[in-house]
Design a protein around this ligand. Structure first.
Ligand SMILES: Cc1cc2nc3c(=O)[nH]c(=O)nc-3n(C[C@H](O)[C@H](O)[C@H](O)COP(=O)(O)OP(=O)(O)OC[C@H]3O[C@@H](n4cnc5c(N)ncnc54)[C@H](O)[C@@H]3O)c2cc1C
Length: 458
């Protein structure tokens, strides 16, 4: 096995396009293109495509051949891996980046979630980070030149008892002090914003009001995966599907590359963004992580005419939970709590499905007669304080971007940018300093819910 020289920890990669020797192969030069994806989507490109016929559109990302060596290898083509690769290439000019994915782009949780984005967090470490992400969602379609369908339809956390009020008010006040929009709605205000909630019959749990974040909403999940993959590929990132990373090779105290199902690949730096499989990466590197893998289900009904124009989050007594929104196709999308035990099966318990549907129907009795069209599940990397980890892992040149629990979709734009900065410069930006792994040793936990060391949602 060949050794790869150590990359200085604080080295900043130079934009090397102009320094390429004239005899450098064209493919390598194309990697340096910083003009962004093309062809750009526009009314003109649609017209040109119409005239040119079927051959006009190119694949969204290129199926490149795996090279022997890269400056950075990112493991996992989910939202976080693709966004990290995109920002490495675009913001830091890293020339040779590969994303290695054991299945397909978008096969993981990035294509399985309920698409909710928001920044309504209590703790400053979290609300500043998620606010950065929410602002990036607003301009992401333009940045990627790909319509990710950000829909700021509002997210309302509902109050079902007098005890819920102080908690929601405290969270809303913390957000407003940080300059983040939050509105505490009483029952009348809530019914004005969501007329569908006006009681037509007695509810098991009366809805007393809610905390509204108007800029929260939804984003089309698979468009996020495809948009980042397309944009990263246009900046020269190699996206290699069907390539599982099975081990990490080390030499002289640093990682020298990864073993894959397609052979050994040398790497200057390695980033693991493997979501539900992050615990296995800890095992692979001999560093157990405070992460458990749990299943989370979601389900969607048959499509109906527009009924619900916002996102409702409903945590009801007895620890049940349901969040409900209507997809652009008309289906009512529902999710709830974790299945409750570690698993990699992606199947899901029937009784949990039933509980989520009960919660949703309790909230919106109008949907009671609908048929469930599809149900699915994803494997979530649950940390023991509910907050993520973006840090080095065991070696100076190995990084982990994980612990997203079941709220990591909304974090993708901020996480990709911050993680790329950490990997390229060796220094964590302020935004993610609190997300270091050592907090589990020092006790500086970010327990948003104050729920103790259990897998909980953020
Ligand atoms: C049902 C459900 C609903 C959710 N709803 C929301 C929501 O509404 N809002 C929100 O913010 N979040 C939500 N989430 C959470 C969110 O989807 C995840 O936190 C986030 O997508 C995880 O990051 P990712 O996109 O990078 O993961 P993934 O898309 O899972 O990417 C990880 C990739 O790594 C690959 N991989 C793993 N091991 C290896 C290996 N050894 N070699 C190569 N590749 C490997 C996997 O195949 C996978 O493609 C939900 C999750 C689920 C399951």
């Amino acid at each position: 096995m060949r050794r790869h020289g150590r990359v200085p920890a604080r080295a900043v990669y130079a934009r090397a396009c102009d320094e390429s020797p004239p005899n450098e192969p064209l493919t390598a030069r194309r990697r340096c293109r910083v003009s962004g994806p093309d062809p750009r989507y526009s009314a003109w490109s649609l017209l040109r495509a119409r005239i040119a016929g079927d051959g006009y559109w190119r694949p969204l990302w290129s199926g490149r051949v795996l090279a022997d060596a890269y400056d950075v290898v990112v493991v996992g083509a989910g939202g976080h891996g693709l966004a990290t690769a995109y920002h490495l290439a675009r913001d830091h000019g890293v020339r040779r980046v590969a994303v290695l994915e054991k299945r397909l782009v978008g096969y993981g949780n990035v294509g399985r979630n309920t698409t909710i984005v928001r920044s309504n967090y209590l703790l400053p470490e979290n609300h500043y980070f998620y606010e950065d992400s929410l602002r990036r969602w607003q301009s992401l379609s333009r940045d990627l030149n790909y319509n990710v369908m950000y829909s700021p339809r509002g997210v309302v956390d509902l109050a079902l008892s007098d005890d819920d009020w102080p908690a929601l008010a405290r969270r809303g006040n913390a957000m407003r002090l940080a300059g983040i929009d939050a509105e505490l709605l009483d029952r009348a205000g809530l019914e004005r914003f969501v007329p569908e909630l006006a009681p037509r019959r007695a509810r098991r749990f009366p809805v007393l009001g809610g905390l509204l974040q108007r800029r929260g909403g939804t984003v089309r999940h698979d468009a996020v995966a495809w948009g980042y993959a397309r944009a990263a590929s246009a900046f020269g990132v190699d996206i290699i599907e069907d390539c599982e990373v099975t081990g990490v090779a080390t030499a002289a105290g640093i990682a020298s590359g990864v073993e894959t199902t397609r052979g050994f690949v040398r790497a200057g730096r390695i980033v693991f963004a493997t979501a539900g499989h992050s615990g296995l990466i800890g095992t692979m590197l001999g560093t157990p992580l405070p992460i458990e893998t749990h299943l989370l289900q979601a389900m969607v009904t048959e499509p109906i005419k527009p009924l619900l124009h916002t996102v409702l989050v409903h945590v009801f007594p007895g620890h049940g939970e349901a969040y409900v929104c209507q997809s652009d196709r008309g289906g009512i999308v529902m999710g709830g709590h974790l299945d409750g035990f570690p698993s990699y099966t992606r199947e899901g318990r029937w009784d949990r499905l039933e509980e989520v549907v009960q919660g949703a129907v309790d909230l919106l009795p109008q949907i009671a007669g609908l048929r469930i069209l599809r149900q699915w599940a994803g494997t979530n990397d649950m940390t023991m304080d509910g907050s993520p980890i973006i840090d080095r892992l065991r070696y100076d040149n190995v990084f982990i971007n994980a612990g997203w629990c079941y709220g990591g979709f909304k974090a993708i734009p901020a996480s990709g940018s911050a993680c790329a900065t950490l990997v390229a410069t060796g220094t964590a930006p302020d935004l993610i300093r609190a997300y270091r792994l050592s907090r589990f040793a020092t006790g500086h936990l970010l327990d948003e819910r104050g729920g103790g060391p259990f897998p909980v949602r953020l």
